[in-house]
Design a protein around this ligand. Structure first.
Ligand code: SAM
Length: 233
């Protein structure tokens, strides 16, 4: 369970009301029962249910069971597509180890209204399910130009380009390990000007995910998997 408070021996931790309901009504935990918790900083802990109150459950951290571990430094930058597809993308990004999901507005983005709190909850639940000890962040949508203008020094960009890029695994292997971001465009693809800018960036590698045009959610999953196979851990 992903909790907010600090984890140290004997520390009391208060899960949210929704989490408390899940623990008592779905997991059927009672006072004295154990569960595993993490907060993204202090590793994984065995905690016990100290009290079951009307206003929620109180847990007590008992002992650390795993030290904090962070996954690869991988960002997924993905154009806003239909809400259900964005939700799938966030869930799969959490499962496949991305550290941050950045939503991007492009010339051809047809922005569906997104609920960031819902995307955060999806990321949290997916991270819990994988056993990773951190939860990926999901950023509010921003324009592609703003992301490229503020690019972090030393981070490489895997630009997924269905109009013709190098085969992903060999291109990534050649570019090497390190901090990476993956960029996936909207259903209508990138505009010619966006494509031109992206191909001219010194930190970007244009890659193909194969001869078929994939939907954005499929492309995101394929790209993260190929990235992991080539340069990830
Ligand atoms: N421009 C396309 C069209 O309307 O025919 C479709 C774009 S595709 C649905 C959405 C995004 O997925 C693309 O912008 C690209 O980033 C990625 N993508 C899909 N298929 C790909 C492929 N075979 N190779 C590389 N990227 C791909």
């Amino acid at each position: 369970l992903h909790v907010q408070g600090d984890l140290a021996p004997g520390h009391a931790v208060a899960p949210t009301l929704d989490q408390s309901r899940y623990l008592t009504q779905v997991m059927r935990l009672k006072a004295g029962d154990d569960l595993l918790v993490f907060n993204g900083r202090d590793g994984e802990w065995r905690a016990s249910v100290a009290e079951v109150l009307k206003k929620g459950v109180i847990l007590r951290a008992e002992e650390q069971t795993r030290p904090q571990a962070y996954g690869p430094d991988l960002e997924l930058i993905v154009a806003v597509v239909k809400k259900a597809r964005v939700e799938t993308i966030v869930e799969k990004a959490a499962e496949l180890g991305a550290k941050r999901v950045r939503l991007v507005l492009t010339h051809r983005t047809n922005a569906d209204r997104l609920r960031l709190d819902r995307l955060d909850a999806i990321a949290e639940e997916a991270a819990e399910q994988t056993g990773r000890l951190d939860v990926p962040t999901v950023d509010d949508p921003v324009k592609l130009d703003a992301i490229l203008d503020g690019w972090e020094a030393g981070r490489r960009l895997m630009f997924c380009d269905e109009t013709g890029g190098a085969p992903a695994v060999s291109a990534l292997t050649e570019a090497g390990e390190g901090k990476w971001a993956i960029l996936i465009g909207p259903e209508g693809g990138f505009s010619p000007e966006e494509g031109e800018r992206l191909r001219s960036l010194p930190f970007a590698t244009a890659v193909s995910l194969g001869p078929r045009i994939l939907r954005a959610d499929t492309a995101a999953i394929a790209a993260m998997t190929l990235w992991q196979a080539a340069v990830g851990d």
